[in-house]
Design a protein around this ligand. Structure first.
Ligand SMILES: Cc1cc2nc3c(=O)[nH]c(=O)nc-3n(C[C@H](O)[C@H](O)[C@H](O)COP(=O)(O)OP(=O)(O)OC[C@H]3O[C@@H](n4cnc5c(N)ncnc54)[C@H](O)[C@@H]3O)c2cc1C
Length: 425
């Protein structure tokens, strides 16, 4: 039986169409929709990109290092593809330039299995899209972004670019680094332009990578080699083994590299790659991503929560941006699920305050770590070189510290572990 007060509220205010409206069907927006629906919410997702673009294999040819905690959450919402295990990370090696000193993480040593998987963004997004499209509690509005919104006492009213309107009790801004939602809500941000560009490419090489992810810190920025599955036509390909390259360098040098013809580009690639996988060359498209830190100074507004890159876009140095965003979604879905189970408002100010408090600490430590490590390593200044080599050697020689760092990278430390259904360390 409905309580009279609730009836009165119900009668006085129009019924919201959905519990939550998500602005953005990127990796974070779609994951949030699935986690929210699993928690019992009705969800609408709007994005200016049409469905064909979202599911197109060339839409985004980057790869994402999905940590173990994130893998579990993706499995829980039916968006994990077992074939992605072919890109499992079994071993991480961090090397400072040409120095023989390195930090070595071995998944088997931790007893947790693989450290994560390298997943092509296009297939991750296609999987998330298929799972969201099939979910009865999720409505997708694609090819039409959110044009405007107004947050009231009981609901938020949004207008889509195609003229349709959606009423929700909470709006989630998952609309990326330049989030129109964040800007419209007047939430200020801090930006640091690293004056670096990440060149993203696929490398074909002679010998297998054996699941090793390598990050080589060079003065212009980190050069990462990430294990991918072998070529589908393995027997026909002269060099059948594949790795994804995320090569961050000073913006002017990156522009020069991107202007080279393939043989010259491949020579530069091979110099940085090293010879541990034999001969190497690039295949397929080469992309460029200018790197900036964008940090929203608040993660919430009236009936509004920011997640993913809309809340903060970090340096790709540690491959953690999506993993961090996924923890925003998990935290929010967990809180909203409990709120709805009690018949309470999913856009209530106290829920949003708790969400912000819970997420700021996790995000702040990663923002500081990625920013600091990038600064410490992207220099040839001698004292910095010396300090970082001592740092790497100290972590390598201190098993509990090394184990803690590794669990952080896997998304299995602290609250992140609880969100992924594991025991925190
Ligand atoms: C080179 C590089 C390598 C990376 N590698 C890794 C990695 O290995 N591991 C990892 O965890 N992270 C990695 N990241 C970070 C990761 O890619 C991002 O954190 C993640 O893709 C951000 O997803 P998002 O959904 O928050 O934002 P986006 O992908 O930017 O999506 C935003 C969506 O919002 C939509 N939108 C825009 N305006 C509106 C509007 N008005 N209304 C509705 N929708 C709108 C856009 O169309 C888009 O679909 C990397 C980043 C870079 C640059």
């Amino acid at each position: 039986m409905a309580c009279p007060y609730a009836m009165q509220m119900h009668d006085a205010l129009p019924e919201p169409t959905v519990d939550v409206l998500v602005a953005g069907a990127g990796l974070n927006g779609l994951t949030a929709a699935l986690l929210l629906a699993r928690a019992g919410a009705t969800v609408a997702v709007a994005d200016p990109s049409p469905a064909e673009t979202l599911a197109h294999p060339d839409y985004d040819w980057r790869t994402t290092a999905v940590a173990q905690g994130a893998m579990r959450l993706l499995k829980d919402v039916g968006a994990w593809d077992a074939a992605w295990r072919d890109g499992a990370i079994r071993d991480i090696r961090i090397v400072d330039g040409a120095s023989p000193l390195f930090l070595h993480y071995d998944g088997a040593a931790l007893g947790e299995g693989d450290l994560g998987c390298i997943v092509p963004n296009a297939s991750l997004r296609a999987r998330l899209y298929a799972a969201a499209a099939a979910h009865p509690a999720i409505r997708l509005y694609l090819g039409t972004g959110i044009d405007r919104f107004e947050s009231g006492a009981a609901a938020v009213d949004a207008g889509l670019a195609d003229g349709r309107a959606i009423r929700a009790r909470l709006l989630i801004g998952a609309d990326g680094r330049n989030s129109p939602t964040r800007i419209a809500a007047g939430i200020p941000e801090r930006t640091i332009d690293y004056k670096q560009t990440s060149i993203v490419a696929t490398a074909a090489h002679e010998r297998p990578h054996r699941g090793v992810a390598l990050e080589r810190f060079l003065p212009g920025g980190p050069f990462a080699v990430l294990p991918l599955p072998d070529a589908a036509d393995r027997d026909a390909a002269p060099w059948p083994h594949r790795s994804s390259i995320v090569w961050t360098d000073a913006a002017p040098l990156a522009a020069h590299l991107l202007g080279l013809d393939r043989p010259d580009f491949d020579r530069e690639l091979a110099r940085r790659f090293g010879d541990h996988c034999g001969q190497v060359r690039s295949i397929g498209p080469i992309g460029a991503f200018p790197i900036k830190l964008v940090l929203a100074l608040r993660m919430t507004g009236r009936r509004l929560a920011l997640i993913g890159d809309a809340a903060r876009a970090i340096h790709p140095i540690a491959g953690q941006g999506f993993n961090l965003g996924l923890r925003d979604s998990a935290e929010l879905a967990d809180a909203i699920g409990r709120q709805l189970a009690l018949g309470l408002d999913p856009g209530a100010p106290d829920l949003l305050a708790r969400y912000q408090a819970a997420r700021l600490a996790d995000a702040a430590s990663l923002v500081a770590a990625t920013d600091g490590v990038n600064r410490l390593f992207s220099t040839d200044f001698r004292p910095a070189r010396h300090a970082r080599r001592l740092g790497l050697a100290a972590v390598q020689a201190t098993p509990p510290l090394k184990r803690l760092f590794m669990r952080h990278a896997m998304g299995l430390a602290g609250r992140a572990a609880t969100l992924a259904g594991k025991t925190p360390v």
